[in-house]
Design a protein around this ligand. Structure first.
Ligand code: ZN
Ligand code: ZN
Length: 201
């Protein structure tokens, strides 16, 4: 059975009230600080939550991909494209075991208890001893103070001078830039509406 990511709980930040639904593939846009760069969305209601769990599923990859596509508003999509959407997630989860708690950060799925996390993401270069998602279990405000603050991202932004002005222009507005969409999330075809401020309950 394929491995897939499901909502684990409603701890710290969760705007989704569904129970254990499959996750949506990333829809990160130009405004990672809004949550699209560090939260995971539910494929049923498309709202964001923080913690996911890796589970085996008997739902077919085509069906999982179709839910993803439908949630994003795609009206015409082939079975093959649906399967590709879900296979992308399955591939991203290869390093994980069933039952692992996983969080999202800037293009990467990471074990909640990961230590010394260093990588270049879609937007920024990260160097974290402990993930803010893990720290937040003891200090819930830490997520909004760090990943929810545009300064965290802009201070660590990877040099891409061509898109720099757009990043600032779109700051906090959840607005899709086709240029940065191509550069940062190749293959992502989400619409601007999939990215919205997630702090408002
Ligand atoms: Zn965003
Ligand atoms: Zn939901």
């Amino acid at each position: 059975m394929p491995k897939f990511l499901f909502k684990a709980n409603d701890d710290v930040i969760s705007h989704c009230s569904c129970i254990g639904e499959p996750a949506l593939s990333t829809g990160q846009l130009d405004c990672p600080w809004c949550g699209c760069g560090w939260l995971i969305c539910c494929s049923r209601c498309t709202k964001a939550f923080t913690y996911a769990v890796v589970r085996e599923t008997d739902i077919s990859l085509v069906e999982l991909g179709r839910r993803d596509a439908t949630a994003r508003g795609f009206t015409s999509i082939t079975d093959q494209e649906c399967a590709e959407l879900a296979t992308g997630m399955e591939r991203a989860l290869e390093p994980f075991r069933i039952g692992d708690l996983v969080v999202y950060l800037d293009g990467e799925y990471l074990a909640l208890d990961a230590k010394r996390v260093r990588f270049d993401g879609y937007f920024a270069a990260h160097d974290l001893d402990v993930l803010p998602h893990a720290e937040a279990l003891g200090d819930p405000e830490v997520l909004l103070r760090t990943l929810g603050d545009g300064a965290y991202w802009l201070d660590r932004e990877l040099p891409r001078s061509r898109v720099h002005d757009q990043i600032r222009r779109h700051a906090g507005r959840g607005q899709l830039s086709p240029v940065t969409r191509r550069l940062r999330a190749p293959g992502a075809r989400s619409r601007p509406r999939t990215c919205r401020p997630r702090r408002a309950g």
